[in-house]
Design a binder for this molecule. Structure first.
Ligand SMILES: C[S@@+](CC[C@H](N)C(=O)[O-])C[C@H]1O[C@@H](n2cnc3c(N)ncnc32)[C@H](O)[C@@H]1O
Length: 266
Protein backbone atom coordinates (compact mmCIF):
# COMPACT_ATOMS: atom_id res chain seq x y z
CA UNK A 1 0.00 0.00 0.00
CA UNK A 2 1.53 3.30 -1.01
CA UNK A 3 -1.27 5.40 0.42
CA UNK A 4 -1.66 7.23 -2.90
CA UNK A 5 -5.31 7.89 -3.84
CA UNK A 6 -6.19 6.05 -7.07
CA UNK A 7 -6.41 8.45 -9.99
CA UNK A 8 -9.53 7.86 -12.04
CA UNK A 9 -9.52 8.58 -15.78
CA UNK A 10 -11.98 11.34 -16.74
CA UNK A 11 -15.29 10.16 -18.13
CA UNK A 12 -15.09 10.37 -21.96
CA UNK A 13 -16.89 13.35 -23.36
CA UNK A 14 -19.86 13.80 -25.64
CA UNK A 15 -19.79 14.79 -29.29
CA UNK A 16 -23.04 16.46 -30.38
CA UNK A 17 -23.81 17.14 -34.04
CA UNK A 18 -25.97 20.25 -34.02
CA UNK A 19 -27.95 21.10 -37.16
CA UNK A 20 -28.27 24.87 -37.65
CA UNK A 21 -30.54 24.92 -40.70
CA UNK A 22 -29.78 26.05 -44.26
CA UNK A 23 -28.78 29.67 -43.62
CA UNK A 24 -31.48 31.87 -42.15
CA UNK A 25 -30.66 32.32 -38.42
CA UNK A 26 -34.39 32.29 -37.66
CA UNK A 27 -34.43 28.64 -38.72
CA UNK A 28 -32.08 27.59 -35.91
CA UNK A 29 -34.16 25.70 -33.34
CA UNK A 30 -34.37 26.53 -29.65
CA UNK A 31 -32.93 23.11 -28.83
CA UNK A 32 -29.92 23.77 -31.06
CA UNK A 33 -29.32 27.12 -29.35
CA UNK A 34 -29.58 25.54 -25.89
CA UNK A 35 -27.16 22.72 -26.75
CA UNK A 36 -24.68 25.24 -28.17
CA UNK A 37 -24.92 27.38 -25.04
CA UNK A 38 -24.49 24.38 -22.73
CA UNK A 39 -21.55 22.84 -24.61
CA UNK A 40 -18.02 23.18 -23.22
CA UNK A 41 -16.85 23.90 -26.75
CA UNK A 42 -18.46 24.80 -30.07
CA UNK A 43 -16.61 23.60 -33.14
CA UNK A 44 -17.28 24.49 -36.78
CA UNK A 45 -15.86 23.04 -40.00
CA UNK A 46 -13.76 25.32 -42.15
CA UNK A 47 -11.77 25.05 -45.38
CA UNK A 48 -8.96 27.22 -43.95
CA UNK A 49 -8.07 28.49 -40.46
CA UNK A 50 -8.89 32.07 -41.48
CA UNK A 51 -12.16 31.25 -43.29
CA UNK A 52 -15.59 31.51 -41.66
CA UNK A 53 -17.63 28.48 -42.74
CA UNK A 54 -21.36 28.63 -43.48
CA UNK A 55 -22.40 26.94 -40.24
CA UNK A 56 -20.11 29.20 -38.17
CA UNK A 57 -21.64 32.28 -39.84
CA UNK A 58 -25.12 31.13 -38.80
CA UNK A 59 -24.03 30.48 -35.19
CA UNK A 60 -22.37 33.91 -35.02
CA UNK A 61 -25.73 35.50 -35.81
CA UNK A 62 -27.71 33.63 -33.14
CA UNK A 63 -25.00 33.48 -30.45
CA UNK A 64 -22.55 36.32 -31.12
CA UNK A 65 -20.68 35.81 -27.84
CA UNK A 66 -20.02 32.09 -28.17
CA UNK A 67 -16.42 31.16 -28.88
CA UNK A 68 -16.09 28.92 -31.94
CA UNK A 69 -13.11 26.66 -32.57
CA UNK A 70 -12.48 25.88 -36.24
CA UNK A 71 -11.62 22.40 -37.47
CA UNK A 72 -10.17 22.08 -40.94
CA UNK A 73 -11.99 19.90 -43.49
CA UNK A 74 -11.19 19.17 -47.11
CA UNK A 75 -14.65 20.10 -48.40
CA UNK A 76 -13.67 19.67 -52.03
CA UNK A 77 -12.53 16.06 -51.58
CA UNK A 78 -15.80 14.65 -52.97
CA UNK A 79 -15.24 16.51 -56.24
CA UNK A 80 -11.85 14.98 -57.02
CA UNK A 81 -10.75 11.59 -58.36
CA UNK A 82 -10.18 9.33 -55.33
CA UNK A 83 -12.31 11.79 -53.37
CA UNK A 84 -13.63 9.26 -50.89
CA UNK A 85 -10.14 8.44 -49.58
CA UNK A 86 -9.24 12.13 -49.34
CA UNK A 87 -12.47 12.78 -47.53
CA UNK A 88 -11.92 10.02 -45.01
CA UNK A 89 -8.30 11.15 -44.35
CA UNK A 90 -9.59 14.68 -43.82
CA UNK A 91 -12.25 13.47 -41.38
CA UNK A 92 -9.72 11.34 -39.48
CA UNK A 93 -7.45 14.38 -39.11
CA UNK A 94 -10.38 16.48 -37.88
CA UNK A 95 -11.28 13.76 -35.36
CA UNK A 96 -7.68 13.79 -34.06
CA UNK A 97 -7.97 17.49 -33.34
CA UNK A 98 -11.18 16.93 -31.32
CA UNK A 99 -9.84 13.90 -29.40
CA UNK A 100 -7.95 15.72 -26.59
CA UNK A 101 -11.07 17.71 -25.67
CA UNK A 102 -13.27 14.61 -25.76
CA UNK A 103 -10.79 12.54 -23.71
CA UNK A 104 -10.82 15.32 -21.11
CA UNK A 105 -14.60 14.80 -20.75
CA UNK A 106 -15.80 17.88 -22.61
CA UNK A 107 -19.14 18.16 -24.40
CA UNK A 108 -18.17 19.29 -27.88
CA UNK A 109 -20.90 20.67 -30.16
CA UNK A 110 -20.06 20.35 -33.85
CA UNK A 111 -22.26 22.53 -36.04
CA UNK A 112 -23.51 21.41 -39.44
CA UNK A 113 -25.57 23.03 -42.18
CA UNK A 114 -29.13 21.68 -42.32
CA UNK A 115 -29.47 18.40 -40.44
CA UNK A 116 -26.48 16.43 -39.10
CA UNK A 117 -27.89 13.08 -40.28
CA UNK A 118 -28.53 14.06 -43.91
CA UNK A 119 -25.52 14.17 -46.28
CA UNK A 120 -23.42 15.64 -43.50
CA UNK A 121 -19.77 15.42 -42.49
CA UNK A 122 -20.89 14.65 -38.95
CA UNK A 123 -21.48 10.86 -39.03
CA UNK A 124 -18.04 10.04 -40.42
CA UNK A 125 -16.38 12.56 -38.13
CA UNK A 126 -18.18 10.97 -35.16
CA UNK A 127 -17.17 7.46 -36.27
CA UNK A 128 -13.53 8.55 -36.57
CA UNK A 129 -13.67 10.23 -33.16
CA UNK A 130 -15.24 7.13 -31.55
CA UNK A 131 -12.27 5.06 -32.81
CA UNK A 132 -9.91 7.40 -30.98
CA UNK A 133 -11.91 7.98 -27.79
CA UNK A 134 -13.24 4.85 -26.08
CA UNK A 135 -16.70 5.22 -24.56
CA UNK A 136 -17.46 8.40 -26.48
CA UNK A 137 -21.12 9.41 -26.42
CA UNK A 138 -22.44 10.66 -29.79
CA UNK A 139 -25.67 12.63 -30.06
CA UNK A 140 -27.39 14.76 -32.70
CA UNK A 141 -29.79 17.70 -32.68
CA UNK A 142 -31.98 17.87 -35.81
CA UNK A 143 -31.86 20.87 -38.11
CA UNK A 144 -34.22 22.24 -40.75
CA UNK A 145 -33.14 21.11 -44.20
CA UNK A 146 -32.67 23.22 -47.31
CA UNK A 147 -35.47 21.48 -49.20
CA UNK A 148 -37.96 22.21 -46.41
CA UNK A 149 -37.01 25.90 -46.47
CA UNK A 150 -37.33 25.92 -50.27
CA UNK A 151 -40.78 24.30 -50.19
CA UNK A 152 -41.93 26.90 -47.65
CA UNK A 153 -40.49 29.90 -49.53
CA UNK A 154 -42.04 28.78 -52.82
CA UNK A 155 -45.35 27.63 -51.23
CA UNK A 156 -44.83 24.18 -52.71
CA UNK A 157 -46.82 21.26 -51.30
CA UNK A 158 -44.15 18.62 -51.72
CA UNK A 159 -46.00 15.53 -50.44
CA UNK A 160 -49.64 14.65 -49.90
CA UNK A 161 -51.64 11.50 -49.16
CA UNK A 162 -49.59 8.38 -49.93
CA UNK A 163 -47.00 10.06 -52.16
CA UNK A 164 -43.34 9.29 -51.50
CA UNK A 165 -40.14 11.30 -51.64
CA UNK A 166 -36.80 10.60 -53.29
CA UNK A 167 -33.91 12.71 -51.96
CA UNK A 168 -31.11 12.22 -54.49
CA UNK A 169 -27.76 13.80 -55.30
CA UNK A 170 -26.36 14.89 -58.65
CA UNK A 171 -22.73 15.55 -57.73
CA UNK A 172 -21.35 13.02 -60.24
CA UNK A 173 -24.18 13.20 -62.80
CA UNK A 174 -27.92 12.82 -63.14
CA UNK A 175 -28.44 9.03 -63.07
CA UNK A 176 -30.16 9.07 -59.66
CA UNK A 177 -32.39 11.95 -60.73
CA UNK A 178 -33.49 10.10 -63.88
CA UNK A 179 -34.31 6.98 -61.87
CA UNK A 180 -36.37 8.92 -59.32
CA UNK A 181 -38.34 10.82 -61.96
CA UNK A 182 -39.78 7.58 -63.34
CA UNK A 183 -42.52 7.46 -60.69
CA UNK A 184 -45.17 10.22 -61.13
CA UNK A 185 -46.35 9.72 -57.51
CA UNK A 186 -42.92 10.53 -56.18
CA UNK A 187 -41.64 13.97 -55.25
CA UNK A 188 -37.96 14.42 -56.05
CA UNK A 189 -35.43 16.58 -54.21
CA UNK A 190 -32.03 17.08 -55.82
CA UNK A 191 -29.05 17.99 -53.63
CA UNK A 192 -25.48 18.71 -54.73
CA UNK A 193 -26.66 19.23 -58.30
CA UNK A 194 -25.71 22.86 -58.94
CA UNK A 195 -22.95 22.01 -61.40
CA UNK A 196 -25.32 19.76 -63.38
CA UNK A 197 -28.34 22.07 -63.29
CA UNK A 198 -28.70 22.27 -67.11
CA UNK A 199 -28.78 18.45 -67.36
CA UNK A 200 -31.25 18.25 -64.46
CA UNK A 201 -33.45 20.80 -66.24
CA UNK A 202 -33.38 18.80 -69.51
CA UNK A 203 -34.30 15.63 -67.65
CA UNK A 204 -37.24 17.34 -65.97
CA UNK A 205 -38.43 18.58 -69.36
CA UNK A 206 -38.06 15.08 -70.88
CA UNK A 207 -40.18 13.60 -68.06
CA UNK A 208 -42.81 16.38 -68.20
CA UNK A 209 -41.84 17.44 -64.67
CA UNK A 210 -40.73 21.06 -65.19
CA UNK A 211 -44.13 22.42 -64.18
CA UNK A 212 -43.97 23.18 -60.43
CA UNK A 213 -40.23 22.36 -60.15
CA UNK A 214 -38.43 24.98 -58.05
CA UNK A 215 -34.76 25.93 -57.79
CA UNK A 216 -33.25 27.48 -54.64
CA UNK A 217 -29.65 28.65 -54.31
CA UNK A 218 -27.88 29.99 -51.19
CA UNK A 219 -31.12 29.81 -49.22
CA UNK A 220 -31.10 32.22 -46.29
CA UNK A 221 -27.63 33.43 -47.29
CA UNK A 222 -26.33 36.44 -49.24
CA UNK A 223 -27.08 35.94 -52.94
CA UNK A 224 -30.20 33.82 -52.37
CA UNK A 225 -32.16 32.94 -55.53
CA UNK A 226 -35.53 31.19 -55.61
CA UNK A 227 -37.25 30.66 -58.96
CA UNK A 228 -38.83 28.06 -61.27
CA UNK A 229 -36.23 25.57 -62.54
CA UNK A 230 -37.36 26.49 -66.05
CA UNK A 231 -36.03 30.03 -65.47
CA UNK A 232 -32.79 29.08 -63.70
CA UNK A 233 -31.63 25.94 -65.38
CA UNK A 234 -29.76 27.18 -68.44
CA UNK A 235 -26.41 27.44 -66.67
CA UNK A 236 -24.68 25.72 -63.75
CA UNK A 237 -25.35 26.97 -60.23
CA UNK A 238 -23.25 26.84 -57.06
CA UNK A 239 -22.83 23.81 -54.81
CA UNK A 240 -25.43 25.21 -52.40
CA UNK A 241 -28.33 24.68 -54.79
CA UNK A 242 -31.44 22.57 -54.29
CA UNK A 243 -34.21 21.52 -56.68
CA UNK A 244 -37.64 20.34 -55.54
CA UNK A 245 -40.07 18.58 -57.87
CA UNK A 246 -43.62 17.77 -56.68
CA UNK A 247 -45.31 14.59 -57.95
CA UNK A 248 -46.78 15.03 -61.42
CA UNK A 249 -49.78 12.80 -60.67
CA UNK A 250 -51.26 15.54 -58.47
CA UNK A 251 -53.22 18.36 -60.17
CA UNK A 252 -51.08 21.51 -60.63
CA UNK A 253 -53.55 23.53 -58.51
CA UNK A 254 -52.78 21.24 -55.56
CA UNK A 255 -49.01 21.66 -55.81
CA UNK A 256 -48.84 25.33 -54.90
CA UNK A 257 -50.47 26.91 -51.85
CA UNK A 258 -50.39 30.55 -52.85
CA UNK A 259 -48.58 31.83 -55.90
CA UNK A 260 -48.21 35.25 -54.28
CA UNK A 261 -45.99 33.64 -51.63
CA UNK A 262 -43.01 33.49 -54.04
CA UNK A 263 -40.75 35.51 -51.85
CA UNK A 264 -37.29 34.82 -50.50
CA UNK A 265 -37.23 33.98 -46.81
CA UNK A 266 -35.44 37.17 -45.75
C1 LIG B 1 -23.46 18.28 -47.99
S1 LIG B 1 -25.19 18.54 -48.33
C2 LIG B 1 -25.71 19.13 -46.75
C3 LIG B 1 -27.16 18.86 -46.50
C4 LIG B 1 -27.60 19.31 -45.12
N1 LIG B 1 -27.01 18.49 -44.08
C5 LIG B 1 -29.12 19.29 -44.99
O1 LIG B 1 -29.64 18.63 -44.10
O2 LIG B 1 -29.82 20.01 -45.76
C6 LIG B 1 -25.10 20.00 -49.26
C7 LIG B 1 -26.31 20.17 -50.15
O3 LIG B 1 -27.41 20.60 -49.36
C8 LIG B 1 -28.17 21.55 -50.08
N2 LIG B 1 -28.14 22.82 -49.32
C9 LIG B 1 -27.69 22.98 -48.07
N3 LIG B 1 -27.81 24.26 -47.67
C10 LIG B 1 -28.35 24.93 -48.71
C11 LIG B 1 -28.73 26.29 -48.92
N4 LIG B 1 -28.55 27.21 -47.96
N5 LIG B 1 -29.27 26.62 -50.10
C12 LIG B 1 -29.48 25.70 -51.06
N6 LIG B 1 -29.14 24.40 -50.92
C13 LIG B 1 -28.57 24.01 -49.76
C14 LIG B 1 -27.52 21.70 -51.45
O4 LIG B 1 -28.15 20.81 -52.35
C15 LIG B 1 -26.10 21.26 -51.18
O5 LIG B 1 -25.47 20.76 -52.35
Amino acid sequence: MTGDAPTSAPTPGTLVGVGVGPGDPELVTRLAIRRLEEADRVVAPTTAPDAVGRAEAIVRQVLPRVRIDRVHFDMTADDRPGGRAARSASHAAAARSLAPWLRAGETVAFVTLGDPNIYSTFPSLAAAAAELVGGLSVQTVPGIMAFQALAACSATVLLDGTESLALVTALDGTAHVAEALGDPDRAVVVYKGGRHLPEVTSLLADHGRLDGAVFGELLGLPGERIMPVAAAGVQPATYLATVIVPPSSRAPANRQQDASAWTPSS
